[in-house]
Design a protein around this ligand. Structure first.
Ligand SMILES: *Cc1c(COP(=O)(O)O)cnc(C)c1O
Length: 410
Protein backbone atom coordinates (compact mmCIF):
# COMPACT_ATOMS: atom_id res chain seq x y z
CA UNK A 1 0.00 0.00 0.00
CA UNK A 2 1.11 3.53 -0.81
CA UNK A 3 0.16 6.65 1.13
CA UNK A 4 -2.82 8.16 -0.74
CA UNK A 5 -2.11 11.39 -2.64
CA UNK A 6 -5.10 13.40 -1.50
CA UNK A 7 -6.18 11.59 1.66
CA UNK A 8 -9.45 9.70 2.09
CA UNK A 9 -12.54 11.20 3.68
CA UNK A 10 -13.39 10.40 7.27
CA UNK A 11 -16.61 8.45 6.55
CA UNK A 12 -14.79 6.22 4.10
CA UNK A 13 -12.03 5.66 6.66
CA UNK A 14 -14.63 4.56 9.22
CA UNK A 15 -16.17 2.12 6.74
CA UNK A 16 -12.82 0.66 5.78
CA UNK A 17 -11.87 0.07 9.41
CA UNK A 18 -15.23 -1.57 10.11
CA UNK A 19 -14.60 -3.83 7.10
CA UNK A 20 -11.07 -4.60 8.23
CA UNK A 21 -12.37 -5.71 11.63
CA UNK A 22 -14.92 -8.01 10.04
CA UNK A 23 -12.47 -10.89 9.77
CA UNK A 24 -11.35 -10.71 13.40
CA UNK A 25 -12.57 -13.02 16.14
CA UNK A 26 -16.03 -12.27 17.55
CA UNK A 27 -14.72 -11.58 21.06
CA UNK A 28 -17.88 -9.94 22.41
CA UNK A 29 -19.64 -13.28 22.03
CA UNK A 30 -17.01 -14.94 24.18
CA UNK A 31 -15.22 -16.70 21.33
CA UNK A 32 -11.70 -15.97 22.58
CA UNK A 33 -10.13 -16.95 25.89
CA UNK A 34 -7.19 -14.54 25.77
CA UNK A 35 -6.23 -10.93 25.01
CA UNK A 36 -9.52 -9.39 26.21
CA UNK A 37 -10.89 -8.35 29.60
CA UNK A 38 -14.48 -7.22 29.63
CA UNK A 39 -16.67 -6.24 32.55
CA UNK A 40 -19.75 -4.90 30.74
CA UNK A 41 -20.81 -2.10 28.39
CA UNK A 42 -21.05 0.46 31.19
CA UNK A 43 -17.44 -0.10 32.27
CA UNK A 44 -16.29 0.07 28.65
CA UNK A 45 -18.14 3.37 28.16
CA UNK A 46 -16.58 4.91 31.29
CA UNK A 47 -13.13 3.87 30.03
CA UNK A 48 -13.76 5.20 26.52
CA UNK A 49 -15.09 8.57 27.73
CA UNK A 50 -12.10 9.08 30.02
CA UNK A 51 -9.67 7.95 27.32
CA UNK A 52 -11.14 10.40 24.81
CA UNK A 53 -11.11 13.23 27.37
CA UNK A 54 -7.32 12.78 27.59
CA UNK A 55 -6.77 11.50 24.04
CA UNK A 56 -4.12 14.09 23.11
CA UNK A 57 -2.56 14.71 26.49
CA UNK A 58 0.87 13.25 27.16
CA UNK A 59 1.85 11.69 30.48
CA UNK A 60 5.45 12.71 29.80
CA UNK A 61 4.48 16.36 30.16
CA UNK A 62 4.08 16.75 33.90
CA UNK A 63 4.65 20.52 33.68
CA UNK A 64 1.83 20.87 31.16
CA UNK A 65 -0.57 18.28 32.58
CA UNK A 66 -0.41 18.25 36.38
CA UNK A 67 -3.82 16.59 36.36
CA UNK A 68 -2.28 13.43 34.86
CA UNK A 69 0.35 13.42 37.61
CA UNK A 70 -2.45 13.56 40.16
CA UNK A 71 -4.56 10.87 38.42
CA UNK A 72 -1.54 8.55 38.24
CA UNK A 73 -0.75 9.17 41.90
CA UNK A 74 -4.32 8.29 42.85
CA UNK A 75 -4.26 5.10 40.73
CA UNK A 76 -1.02 4.06 42.43
CA UNK A 77 -2.38 4.88 45.91
CA UNK A 78 -5.58 2.89 45.27
CA UNK A 79 -3.55 -0.06 43.95
CA UNK A 80 -1.12 0.03 46.89
CA UNK A 81 -4.16 0.04 49.17
CA UNK A 82 -5.42 -3.17 47.55
CA UNK A 83 -1.99 -4.81 47.75
CA UNK A 84 -1.20 -3.80 51.34
CA UNK A 85 1.62 -1.36 50.65
CA UNK A 86 2.88 0.45 53.74
CA UNK A 87 3.38 4.21 53.89
CA UNK A 88 6.86 3.66 52.37
CA UNK A 89 5.46 1.89 49.30
CA UNK A 90 5.33 3.64 45.93
CA UNK A 91 5.29 2.95 42.22
CA UNK A 92 4.40 4.07 38.70
CA UNK A 93 1.88 3.42 36.02
CA UNK A 94 3.38 1.83 32.92
CA UNK A 95 2.08 0.86 29.50
CA UNK A 96 1.77 -2.85 30.31
CA UNK A 97 2.98 -5.87 32.21
CA UNK A 98 6.07 -6.24 30.07
CA UNK A 99 7.19 -2.70 30.89
CA UNK A 100 6.40 -3.20 34.59
CA UNK A 101 8.51 -6.36 34.71
CA UNK A 102 11.32 -4.72 32.73
CA UNK A 103 11.43 -1.84 35.21
CA UNK A 104 11.43 -4.05 38.31
CA UNK A 105 14.33 -6.04 36.81
CA UNK A 106 16.20 -2.87 35.90
CA UNK A 107 15.77 -1.58 39.46
CA UNK A 108 16.96 -4.89 40.92
CA UNK A 109 19.96 -4.90 38.60
CA UNK A 110 20.95 -1.34 39.38
CA UNK A 111 20.53 -1.89 43.12
CA UNK A 112 22.75 -4.96 42.96
CA UNK A 113 25.37 -3.10 40.95
CA UNK A 114 25.27 -0.09 43.28
CA UNK A 115 25.74 -2.19 46.41
CA UNK A 116 28.34 -4.41 44.74
CA UNK A 117 26.36 -7.52 45.78
CA UNK A 118 26.77 -8.96 42.28
CA UNK A 119 28.88 -7.66 39.44
CA UNK A 120 28.34 -9.61 36.24
CA UNK A 121 26.12 -12.33 34.78
CA UNK A 122 23.34 -11.13 37.07
CA UNK A 123 20.83 -13.90 37.49
CA UNK A 124 17.09 -14.05 37.99
CA UNK A 125 15.68 -17.32 39.33
CA UNK A 126 12.13 -17.95 38.09
CA UNK A 127 9.74 -20.87 38.02
CA UNK A 128 9.32 -22.43 34.57
CA UNK A 129 5.79 -20.99 34.51
CA UNK A 130 6.94 -17.34 34.66
CA UNK A 131 5.97 -15.03 31.80
CA UNK A 132 8.34 -14.59 28.81
CA UNK A 133 8.56 -10.87 29.70
CA UNK A 134 11.29 -11.79 32.22
CA UNK A 135 13.46 -13.26 29.46
CA UNK A 136 12.66 -10.39 27.13
CA UNK A 137 13.80 -7.91 29.77
CA UNK A 138 16.85 -9.99 30.70
CA UNK A 139 17.87 -10.04 27.04
CA UNK A 140 17.97 -6.25 26.96
CA UNK A 141 19.35 -5.73 30.46
CA UNK A 142 22.29 -8.12 30.13
CA UNK A 143 20.84 -10.44 32.75
CA UNK A 144 20.09 -14.14 32.66
CA UNK A 145 16.88 -15.93 33.69
CA UNK A 146 17.28 -19.39 35.18
CA UNK A 147 13.99 -21.26 34.86
CA UNK A 148 13.41 -23.94 37.48
CA UNK A 149 10.93 -26.84 37.02
CA UNK A 150 7.68 -26.51 38.98
CA UNK A 151 6.06 -28.94 41.40
CA UNK A 152 3.39 -31.51 40.51
CA UNK A 153 0.74 -28.87 41.35
CA UNK A 154 2.40 -26.54 38.77
CA UNK A 155 3.42 -24.08 41.54
CA UNK A 156 6.99 -22.90 42.10
CA UNK A 157 9.28 -25.50 43.69
CA UNK A 158 10.90 -23.34 46.37
CA UNK A 159 13.51 -25.93 47.36
CA UNK A 160 14.61 -26.29 43.74
CA UNK A 161 14.76 -22.50 43.39
CA UNK A 162 16.85 -22.32 46.57
CA UNK A 163 19.24 -24.86 45.10
CA UNK A 164 19.57 -22.69 41.98
CA UNK A 165 20.62 -19.56 43.89
CA UNK A 166 24.24 -18.50 43.30
CA UNK A 167 26.30 -15.44 44.31
CA UNK A 168 25.18 -13.86 41.01
CA UNK A 169 21.48 -14.19 41.87
CA UNK A 170 19.86 -10.79 42.30
CA UNK A 171 16.16 -11.62 41.98
CA UNK A 172 13.63 -14.34 42.67
CA UNK A 173 10.30 -14.41 40.84
CA UNK A 174 6.91 -15.72 41.90
CA UNK A 175 3.62 -15.34 40.03
CA UNK A 176 0.18 -14.64 41.43
CA UNK A 177 -0.98 -16.37 39.35
CA UNK A 178 1.23 -17.66 36.53
CA UNK A 179 -0.33 -17.52 33.07
CA UNK A 180 -0.01 -21.18 31.96
CA UNK A 181 -2.07 -22.90 34.70
CA UNK A 182 -3.46 -19.93 36.62
CA UNK A 183 -2.00 -21.14 39.92
CA UNK A 184 -0.44 -18.95 42.60
CA UNK A 185 3.16 -19.63 43.63
CA UNK A 186 3.96 -19.96 47.37
CA UNK A 187 4.94 -16.31 47.78
CA UNK A 188 5.42 -16.50 51.58
CA UNK A 189 8.02 -19.26 51.17
CA UNK A 190 9.74 -17.41 48.34
CA UNK A 191 9.82 -14.26 50.50
CA UNK A 192 11.48 -16.17 53.32
CA UNK A 193 14.13 -17.42 50.88
CA UNK A 194 14.59 -13.90 49.51
CA UNK A 195 15.07 -12.52 53.04
CA UNK A 196 17.60 -15.21 53.94
CA UNK A 197 19.61 -14.68 50.76
CA UNK A 198 19.11 -10.91 50.78
CA UNK A 199 17.85 -10.85 47.20
CA UNK A 200 14.98 -9.07 45.50
CA UNK A 201 11.60 -10.84 45.23
CA UNK A 202 9.35 -9.74 42.39
CA UNK A 203 5.75 -10.92 42.48
CA UNK A 204 4.26 -10.99 39.00
CA UNK A 205 0.61 -10.21 39.72
CA UNK A 206 0.09 -8.86 36.20
CA UNK A 207 -2.97 -11.00 35.64
CA UNK A 208 -3.92 -11.43 39.32
CA UNK A 209 -3.35 -8.02 40.88
CA UNK A 210 -6.88 -6.75 40.32
CA UNK A 211 -8.77 -10.01 40.88
CA UNK A 212 -6.89 -11.92 43.61
CA UNK A 213 -7.53 -9.30 46.36
CA UNK A 214 -11.27 -9.48 45.68
CA UNK A 215 -11.30 -13.29 45.36
CA UNK A 216 -9.56 -13.36 48.74
CA UNK A 217 -12.28 -11.18 50.28
CA UNK A 218 -14.86 -13.54 48.79
CA UNK A 219 -13.26 -16.48 50.62
CA UNK A 220 -11.85 -18.21 47.52
CA UNK A 221 -8.86 -19.59 49.46
CA UNK A 222 -6.27 -17.18 48.06
CA UNK A 223 -2.96 -17.28 49.98
CA UNK A 224 -1.13 -14.06 50.90
CA UNK A 225 0.80 -12.86 47.86
CA UNK A 226 1.39 -9.11 48.23
CA UNK A 227 3.18 -6.49 50.37
CA UNK A 228 1.52 -7.96 53.48
CA UNK A 229 4.48 -10.38 53.28
CA UNK A 230 7.83 -8.98 54.46
CA UNK A 231 10.38 -9.70 51.73
CA UNK A 232 8.19 -8.92 48.70
CA UNK A 233 10.25 -6.18 47.06
CA UNK A 234 8.15 -5.33 43.98
CA UNK A 235 4.87 -6.27 42.33
CA UNK A 236 3.56 -5.88 38.79
CA UNK A 237 -0.24 -5.59 38.40
CA UNK A 238 -1.94 -4.90 35.07
CA UNK A 239 -4.82 -2.46 35.01
CA UNK A 240 -5.60 -3.50 31.44
CA UNK A 241 -6.35 -7.06 32.53
CA UNK A 242 -8.70 -7.60 35.50
CA UNK A 243 -8.56 -3.88 36.32
CA UNK A 244 -10.77 -3.57 33.18
CA UNK A 245 -8.99 -0.36 32.15
CA UNK A 246 -8.12 0.60 28.57
CA UNK A 247 -5.08 -1.17 27.14
CA UNK A 248 -1.73 0.46 27.78
CA UNK A 249 -2.09 0.48 31.58
CA UNK A 250 -0.22 -1.45 34.25
CA UNK A 251 1.46 -0.69 37.57
CA UNK A 252 4.90 -1.46 38.98
CA UNK A 253 5.02 -1.13 42.75
CA UNK A 254 7.77 -1.19 45.36
CA UNK A 255 7.62 -1.90 49.10
CA UNK A 256 10.22 0.82 49.73
CA UNK A 257 10.98 4.14 48.08
CA UNK A 258 14.74 3.46 48.14
CA UNK A 259 14.26 0.55 45.73
CA UNK A 260 11.92 2.57 43.52
CA UNK A 261 14.71 5.16 43.24
CA UNK A 262 16.66 2.75 40.98
CA UNK A 263 13.88 2.81 38.38
CA UNK A 264 14.33 6.33 37.00
CA UNK A 265 16.58 7.32 34.12
CA UNK A 266 18.13 10.79 33.94
CA UNK A 267 20.15 12.33 31.13
CA UNK A 268 21.32 15.83 30.26
CA UNK A 269 24.22 15.51 27.79
CA UNK A 270 22.48 16.96 24.73
CA UNK A 271 21.17 20.36 23.60
CA UNK A 272 17.66 20.26 25.03
CA UNK A 273 18.35 20.16 28.76
CA UNK A 274 17.68 17.70 31.55
CA UNK A 275 15.53 14.74 30.54
CA UNK A 276 14.24 12.42 33.24
CA UNK A 277 11.67 9.63 33.10
CA UNK A 278 10.39 7.21 35.71
CA UNK A 279 9.44 4.55 33.17
CA UNK A 280 10.87 3.02 29.99
CA UNK A 281 8.82 4.90 27.43
CA UNK A 282 8.97 8.63 26.79
CA UNK A 283 5.60 9.88 25.57
CA UNK A 284 2.82 8.21 27.55
CA UNK A 285 -0.84 8.02 26.55
CA UNK A 286 -2.78 10.33 28.87
CA UNK A 287 -5.92 8.44 27.88
CA UNK A 288 -4.68 5.18 29.40
CA UNK A 289 -3.95 6.92 32.71
CA UNK A 290 -7.31 8.70 32.79
CA UNK A 291 -9.25 5.57 31.77
CA UNK A 292 -7.62 3.50 34.54
CA UNK A 293 -8.48 6.19 37.10
CA UNK A 294 -12.04 6.40 35.80
CA UNK A 295 -12.72 2.66 35.78
CA UNK A 296 -11.25 2.14 39.25
CA UNK A 297 -13.40 4.91 40.66
CA UNK A 298 -16.48 3.77 38.75
CA UNK A 299 -16.27 0.16 39.93
CA UNK A 300 -14.98 0.71 43.46
CA UNK A 301 -14.56 -2.28 45.75
CA UNK A 302 -18.14 -3.41 45.32
CA UNK A 303 -17.90 -3.30 41.52
CA UNK A 304 -14.73 -5.40 41.48
CA UNK A 305 -16.20 -7.80 44.04
CA UNK A 306 -19.22 -8.22 41.77
CA UNK A 307 -17.22 -8.92 38.60
CA UNK A 308 -14.88 -11.23 40.52
CA UNK A 309 -17.81 -13.21 41.96
CA UNK A 310 -19.21 -13.66 38.45
CA UNK A 311 -15.85 -14.71 36.94
CA UNK A 312 -15.26 -17.26 39.73
CA UNK A 313 -18.76 -18.64 39.10
CA UNK A 314 -18.02 -19.00 35.36
CA UNK A 315 -14.81 -20.87 36.22
CA UNK A 316 -16.60 -23.19 38.62
CA UNK A 317 -19.29 -24.13 36.10
CA UNK A 318 -16.64 -24.59 33.42
CA UNK A 319 -14.65 -26.91 35.70
CA UNK A 320 -17.81 -28.90 36.46
CA UNK A 321 -18.56 -29.28 32.74
CA UNK A 322 -14.97 -30.33 32.00
CA UNK A 323 -15.09 -33.03 34.68
CA UNK A 324 -18.30 -34.38 33.12
CA UNK A 325 -16.44 -34.69 29.82
CA UNK A 326 -13.70 -36.67 31.55
CA UNK A 327 -11.21 -33.82 31.18
CA UNK A 328 -8.77 -32.97 33.92
CA UNK A 329 -8.20 -29.43 35.18
CA UNK A 330 -4.46 -28.82 35.67
CA UNK A 331 -3.51 -27.85 39.21
CA UNK A 332 -5.85 -25.92 41.47
CA UNK A 333 -6.63 -22.63 39.74
CA UNK A 334 -8.51 -20.19 41.97
CA UNK A 335 -8.91 -17.12 39.77
CA UNK A 336 -9.87 -16.53 36.13
CA UNK A 337 -7.43 -18.82 34.27
CA UNK A 338 -8.10 -22.51 33.65
CA UNK A 339 -6.12 -25.07 31.68
CA UNK A 340 -7.15 -28.66 31.14
CA UNK A 341 -6.46 -31.82 29.20
CA UNK A 342 -5.75 -35.46 29.86
CA UNK A 343 -3.45 -38.10 28.40
CA UNK A 344 -6.24 -39.93 26.54
CA UNK A 345 -7.29 -36.82 24.58
CA UNK A 346 -5.82 -35.82 21.21
CA UNK A 347 -5.51 -32.16 22.21
CA UNK A 348 -4.19 -30.69 18.92
CA UNK A 349 -7.04 -32.28 16.95
CA UNK A 350 -9.67 -31.21 19.49
CA UNK A 351 -8.28 -27.68 19.31
CA UNK A 352 -8.57 -27.76 15.54
CA UNK A 353 -12.17 -29.00 15.70
CA UNK A 354 -12.99 -26.17 18.14
CA UNK A 355 -11.43 -23.61 15.79
CA UNK A 356 -13.62 -24.94 12.99
CA UNK A 357 -16.58 -24.11 15.24
CA UNK A 358 -15.49 -20.49 15.53
CA UNK A 359 -13.46 -20.47 18.77
CA UNK A 360 -10.01 -18.99 19.05
CA UNK A 361 -8.55 -21.73 21.20
CA UNK A 362 -5.93 -21.08 23.85
CA UNK A 363 -3.38 -23.87 24.15
CA UNK A 364 -0.85 -25.04 26.69
CA UNK A 365 2.14 -27.26 25.98
CA UNK A 366 3.12 -28.68 29.43
CA UNK A 367 1.06 -30.76 29.73
CA UNK A 368 -0.76 -30.68 26.39
CA UNK A 369 -4.08 -28.96 26.95
CA UNK A 370 -6.45 -26.11 26.28
CA UNK A 371 -6.35 -22.78 28.09
CA UNK A 372 -8.89 -20.07 28.90
CA UNK A 373 -8.60 -16.68 30.57
CA UNK A 374 -12.14 -15.78 31.59
CA UNK A 375 -14.03 -12.49 31.50
CA UNK A 376 -17.70 -11.56 31.51
CA UNK A 377 -18.14 -12.29 27.78
CA UNK A 378 -17.82 -15.95 28.76
CA UNK A 379 -20.85 -15.89 31.04
CA UNK A 380 -23.19 -16.41 28.08
CA UNK A 381 -20.73 -18.48 26.04
CA UNK A 382 -19.53 -21.18 28.40
CA UNK A 383 -22.41 -23.64 27.81
CA UNK A 384 -21.85 -23.41 24.05
CA UNK A 385 -18.09 -23.86 24.61
CA UNK A 386 -18.72 -27.06 26.58
CA UNK A 387 -21.23 -28.34 23.99
CA UNK A 388 -18.78 -27.71 21.17
CA UNK A 389 -16.02 -29.33 23.20
CA UNK A 390 -18.17 -32.45 23.64
CA UNK A 391 -18.89 -32.55 19.90
CA UNK A 392 -15.22 -31.94 19.05
CA UNK A 393 -14.08 -34.79 21.29
CA UNK A 394 -16.64 -37.10 19.63
CA UNK A 395 -15.57 -36.01 16.15
CA UNK A 396 -11.92 -36.64 16.91
CA UNK A 397 -12.72 -40.07 18.40
CA UNK A 398 -14.81 -40.94 15.34
CA UNK A 399 -11.99 -39.81 13.07
CA UNK A 400 -14.24 -37.29 11.31
CA UNK A 401 -11.81 -34.36 11.68
CA UNK A 402 -8.34 -34.50 10.25
CA UNK A 403 -5.78 -34.86 13.00
CA UNK A 404 -3.69 -31.81 13.67
CA UNK A 405 -0.18 -31.33 14.90
CA UNK A 406 -0.65 -27.61 15.53
CA UNK A 407 1.56 -26.52 18.38
CA UNK A 408 0.60 -24.22 21.24
CA UNK A 409 0.99 -20.50 20.53
CA UNK A 410 0.37 -17.64 22.98
C1 LIG B 1 -0.09 -10.53 30.69
C2 LIG B 1 0.99 -10.95 31.58
C3 LIG B 1 2.26 -10.33 31.55
C4 LIG B 1 2.65 -9.33 30.47
O1 LIG B 1 1.78 -8.27 30.35
P1 LIG B 1 1.58 -7.44 29.00
O2 LIG B 1 0.60 -6.40 29.44
O3 LIG B 1 1.05 -8.39 27.96
O4 LIG B 1 2.89 -6.85 28.61
C5 LIG B 1 3.18 -10.72 32.47
N1 LIG B 1 2.91 -11.66 33.39
C6 LIG B 1 1.72 -12.30 33.45
C7 LIG B 1 1.47 -13.35 34.49
C8 LIG B 1 0.73 -11.97 32.54
O5 LIG B 1 -0.46 -12.60 32.58
Amino acid sequence: MQLSDEGIDAAEIRDRLAMAKGGDIDWKNGRVGAYIHYAGEDVLQVAKDAYLAYFSENGLGSRAFPSLVQLEKEVIDMTLGLLHGSKWACGSMTTGGTESIFLAMKSARDRAVSTGSAKQDLQVIAPRSAHPAFDKAAHSLGMQVVRVPVNGDFCADVAAMEAAVTPETVMLVGSAPAFPHGVIDPISDLAELARQRKVWLHVDACVGGFIAPFAKTLGAGIPDFDFSIEGVTSISADLHKYGFAAKGASTVLYARAEDFAFQAFKFDDWQRGAYATQTFVGTRPGGAIAAAWAVMNYLGKSGYLGTTRRILAIRESLEEGLRQLGLQVFGNPKLGIVSFGGGEFDIPSIAKAMEQKGWLVGRISEPQGLHLMLNLTHEAAIDQYLDDLRTSIEEVRAGSVATSDLSATY
